[in-house]
Write a protein that binds this ligand. Structure first.
Ligand code: BG6
Length: 506
């Protein structure tokens, strides 16, 4: 398969936020870098009525507003490849007209049958649109490849995920389906594989013999903003853990794949999911903590609590914070606790994987030591992408005082190296048909299966507390008790709000 197959890129939900903030700016960036095929057209589809010209103008404005790349000289050339057609998503009759429009466009721009359908729509349409496309034959690959890209969430729980899987696989082959998890498009998440498998020094230590526990933290300083309506149906566990953070966990925990072939990598990821020790319903209370942000002040500004946000029920029990502890039952990880923590309205925005190594077997320097924290390897996914190793060093002078120092690498030190956005990378891969960085059906189902006991218990067991935490704090202290081991705790990259509220120590 050529890397540059000419094709038509169809976006369903073209008048939505994602299209203008991420998808079209990413496509423009690929265009400027010469990474789009020689013949390419973008067909926007939504319920609204737009002319091609009106849609082009809106996309031009979006590219300028949500810039991915500094070079804007070729915007007009790019937008001339954009077209628009309305479709009533749930009306079968609308798809015949859509098919005709697509065929007419193919002739106009002289592009064969290769077509990519990107569903940037409400999740309720994920089963419906592909079904209608198939009913008019647009799943057929006789005249060229057809692919469907679906955004998360893939289902709402195990049952709905299985129903969605069955409905999609009824008409489409697994190879035609690309489930986007934008975390896998992040350069630093992919770098996890390189750090582990391109260096000889880490992998011998990457196991239960040397690692005390593994932490994955993804903190956000923003609240739910204007997405209260969606978030009420989701919560932190479904929004971040079920997909992004379990995928990051799998990259951290997987065995070395036999090659870089998509199947080889995805098989190793799937094995990790299959080795997750199920959380027993009676253990949910002690292995999972949930919280919700309360009204507070950040830098003297009043901040609304979650229940006061637009679209949120005034008595909502939706969690905006989730922390879980779990185990991977295999030879590498037997007995090593893994922790995932995520929340909105925390003190800063940071996502990192922290490998907490075991302490030395004997504290030789303990009398004089100010350093009693074991080594940590911090893989910072965002912001300030990089890697940090924390280790003990002698404080100059008399005695043997030990202090913790950092050895660090920041991506920003690589001059002239632009980090492409996650969407840019994933869109490019989907055009090439490379599914390595997309979630496979079985992974998604396994992830739901794993979280089901927590979802169920949080829904049904009214005795499980929903802890309130002031906006701008690290959540409720109870989450600290999850972490096993004397003096072991989550890493707090900044305990207090930094002045700009965005960045703290790597
Ligand atoms: C999305 C979630 O998938 O990821 C959002 O729905 C969250 O709630 C976002 O804010 C985080 O993505 P990023 O790339 O900003 O870490």
């Amino acid at each position: 398969m050529s890397e540059k197959d000419n094709h038509i890129y169809v976006i369903f939900g073209a008048s939505g936020d994602l299209t203008k903030r991420k998808l079209v700016p990413a496509l423009y960036s690929l265009f400027v870098q010469g990474l789009l095929p020689p013949e390419f057209a973008l067909l926007g589809v939504s319920r609204s009525l737009f002319t091609d010209d009106a849609f082009r103008a809106a996309m031009k404005a979006a590219i300028l507003e949500f810039k991915e790349i500094d070079d804007t000289a070729r915007i007009d050339e790019f937008v001339s490849k954009i077209f628009y057609t309305p479709v009533q998503f749930d009306e079968a009759s609308s798809y015949q007209a859509f098919k005709q429009r697509l065929e007419q466009l193919r002739e106009e721009v002289n592009i064969g049958g290769n077509t990519l359908f990107y569903l940037s729509t409400p999740p309720s349409l994920y089963g419906i649109i592909p079904g209608h496309l198939a009913s008019v034959g647009l799943n057929s690959q006789d005249d060229g490849w057809k692919r469907v890209i679906i955004e998360k969430p893939f289902g709402y729980d195990l049952e709905s995920a299985i129903a969605l899987k069955d409905s999609l696989l009824h008409d489409w082959a697994e190879e035609q389906l690309f489930r986007i998890d934008h975390y896998l498009g992040k350069e630093t998440v992919q770098n996890l594989l390189v750090t582990r498998f391109a260096n000889g020094i880490f992998e011998p230590l990457w196991n239960r013999n040397y690692i005390h526990h593994v932490e994955i933290t993804s903190a956000e300083s923003i609240g739910v903003e204007k997405r209260g309506g969606y978030y009420e149906t989701s919560g932190a566990l479904r929004d971040m853990v079920q997909n992004h953070l379990l995928q990051v966990m799998a990259f951290t925990a997987m065995e070395s794949p036999s090659s870089l072939e998509p199947m080889a990598i995805r098989n190793e990821i799937l094995k990790v999911f299959q080795s997750l020790r199920p959380i027993r319903p009676e253990d949910v209370k002690t292995q999972a903590i949930r919280g919700q942000y309360l009204a507070s002040h950040i830098k003297k500004e009043p901040i609304a609590g979650y229940r006061e946000e637009e679209g949120v029920n005034a008595e909502s029990l939706t969690e905006t914070y989730a922390a879980i502890k779990f185990y991977i039952d295999n030879w590498r990880w037997g007995g090593v606790p893994f922790y995932i923590r995520t929340g909105k309205r925390l003190p800063t925005r940071v996502t990192e994987v922290v490998i907490h190594f075991k302490s030395t077997p004997h504290f030789l320097f303990k009398q004089d030591s100010a350093h009693n924290s074991p080594n940590q390897l911090v893989i910072r996914i965002q912001p300030d992408e990089g890697i940090l190793l924390k280790f003990g060093m002698k404080t100059p002078g008399a005695g043997f005082e030990v202090q913790t120092v950092n050895m660090d690498f920041h991506y920003s030190d690589l001059s002239n190296q632009r980090i492409p956005s996650a969407y840019e990378r994933l869109i490019y891969d989907s055009m090439k048909g490379d599914a390595t960085l997309f979630a496979r059906t079985e992974e998604v189902i396994e992830a739901w299966k794993f979280l089901s006991p927590v979802i169920e218990a949080w829904k049904n067991d009214k005795d499980i507390p929903l802890y309130g935490y002031p906006a701008g704090s690290w959540g409720h202290d109870t989450a600290d008790e999850l972490v096993e081991g004397a003096e072991m705790t989550w890493r707090y990259p900044c305990k207090n709000l930094s002045d700009d509220g965005i960045y703290c120590e790597l």
